[in-house]
Write a protein that binds this ligand. Sequence first.
Ligand code: AKB
Length: 312
Amino acid sequence: MKKILVTGALGQIGSELVTALRETYGTDNVIATDIRSTEAEKEKGPFEVLDVTDADAMFAIAKKYNVDTMMHLAALLSATAEKAPKKAWDLNMGGLVNALEVSRELNLQFFTPSSIGAFGPDTPKDNTPQDTIQRPTTMYGVNKVAGELLCDYYFHRFGLDTRGVRFPGLISYVTPPGGGTTDYAVEIYYEAVKSKAYTSYIGKGTYMDMMYMPDAIRAIITLMEADGSKLKHHNAFNISAISAAPEDFEKAIQKHIPEFKLSYDVDPARQKIADSWPNGIDSTCAAEEWGFKAEYDIDKMTKDMLEKIAAK
Ligand code: AKB
């Protein structure tokens, strides 16, 4: 990776990925794009407004900056996609096909994230294997499975160097997520600092995979830098760090804020999505093929989240 185009650069992953990539590869070698722009973003480094459904515009930007890598992040998350399934299909699949086509035409190394949302109710719930039954029941999941297959297709059919991971719910203090099912695990920290109480829309005992953003960013860069000849899988690597239910966050937060109170007001729509996802996935293939290892467990992450949010 020498010159990288990032779509969805102002989103939860993009905002931290762009910073990390610029630190590693140099500010001018990372072209941030998003559907909206701010003056502050333009001052930080190269930035272009890009609607990922506009293939010509995407091609023109990739060509203008002579990039050799595409990191395609722009997408609607699970809860939003469930409210607007057709829009999700158009954006998630249309954007992905455009990004793959631009990468094929310009021979770019390619990264896009899949998600634990690519699994469904028939998937083994615990220690979910890398290769297993998926059959998701959400539009987001359908998009993610189709995307995983499409990336594999471009690898096998065109020899494009496509790579990707299945992200758990990502937790960060920098940019809030929007429209996901796992967003409660970010909100809980902000509310713990602000009001020492949080009402969870996900019910007690609902386990999902979670990961602290520094582990997620390190995973992307490590996978992209990995020796391709050692990869048996290329796309959709399971990666996991923390399998947790709301009450696990409650306990971890109470170690720092003993008076913190968690209550529940379950949102049936998001609970249904959460119930269809695994409790925890097995990341052995990612560990074996490119050395993935998470550094943050729930306690280490909680300490850092609470300190950083309080400092904000
Ligand atoms: C969501 O909840 O939609 C995302 C995800 C797990 O892909 N955070």
